[in-house]
Design a binder for this molecule. Structure first.
Ligand code: SAH
Length: 262
């Protein structure tokens, strides 16, 4: 009966073009060491990463048919295939305390969730090379002042240098997605800790962009923190006008405010 049951939507668009698969794998820096591939599918990208002989290379795949296919066709990888959900897995079960880069032609339906998980694990993920739908790739790589600049652009750009590498046509996938795709690379910068409360920083960025058409004076009301000491130059601006460094500075001001209130 299982075979007639409809499969849960898994964002499966398999890459047909070997040269693009190779190019994605080659975009991963040599010095990053361990690698985790999310959603290997039938391994088009996997085989090029395998050639790189990484010290520890895991793949995580949620679809049992793909897992079976990989086990048969990539015996070298067989004890490094994790049948599971990237969004749920505790990453230390694969890499203990070691760092690892992330690569993939990602399932587009969970792009943002993958990136938020990368953000949460930023101190163990030195690099991400991945294919997303073009619009998501552009948003992540967007700079202040543009309409598509948003929460993920700010959060990720404080810790990562982000590069838009290349655009990929929908015709190189089976089945073709409705949208174009793009490959981006995120490389961890040297920032270990922010000079402000990191939890509050995330809240400030989210509050600012949740009402992105409003000035920060209005958008930040949702935080319930006094804005008395925040200069007008911030309050009159909209979130999309602030660089990630501006958000760090703004958070430092707000954080003193919370301490004063207590
Ligand atoms: N990398 C392959 C497949 C890309 S399609 C290629 O380029 O051809 C996306 C893949 O992600 C599918 O194989 C899908 O089964 C898998 N996937 C979807 N959601 C997942 C999740 N939460 N965790 C791990 N893999 C997932």
């Amino acid at each position: 009966m299982d075979s007639v049951k409809a499969k849960k939507y898994l964002g499966q668009h398999f890459l047909k073009d070997e040269s693009i698969a190779r190019r994605i794998a080659e975009s991963l820096s040599e010095d990053v060491g361990n690698v985790l591939e999310i959603g290997p599918g039938m391994g088009v990208l996997t085989k090029y990463v395998l050639e790189q002989k990484r010290p520890n290379f895991w793949v995580i795949e949620i679809d049992s048919e793909s897992v079976e296919y990989l086990q048969t066709h990539y015996p070298d990888l067989s004890n490094r295939i994790c049948f599971g959900d990237f969004l749920r897995i505790d990453l230390s079960t694969l890499f203990a305390a070691e760092k690892f880069a992330v690569i993939g032609n990602f399932p587009y339906n969970i792009s943002s969730q993958i990136l938020f998980k990368v953000f949460d694990n930023r101190n163990r993920i030195p690099e991400v090379v991945g294919m997303f739908q073009k619009e998501v790739a552009e948003r992540v790589a967007a700079k202040p002042g543009s309409k598509i600049y948003g929460i993920l652009s700010v959060l990720l750009s404080v810790y990562y240098d982000i590069e838009y590498l290349f655009t990929v046509s929908e015709h190189v996938f089976n089945p073709p997605p409705k949208v174009k795709s793009a490959v981006i690379r995120l490389k961890r910068n040297g920032v270990e800790r922010l000079e402000c409360d990191e939890k509050l920083f995330v809240q400030v960025v989210k509050a600012g962009f949740n009402q992105r058409r409003k000035t920060l004076r209005n958008a930040l009301k949702a935080l319930n923190i006094s804005l008395d000491n925040v200069p007008d130059s911030y309050l009159q601006a909209r979130a999309e006008q602030l660089s990630s460094q501006d958000f760090v500075a703004l958070t430092s001001i707000l954080q003193n405010e919370t301490i004063e209130i207590k």
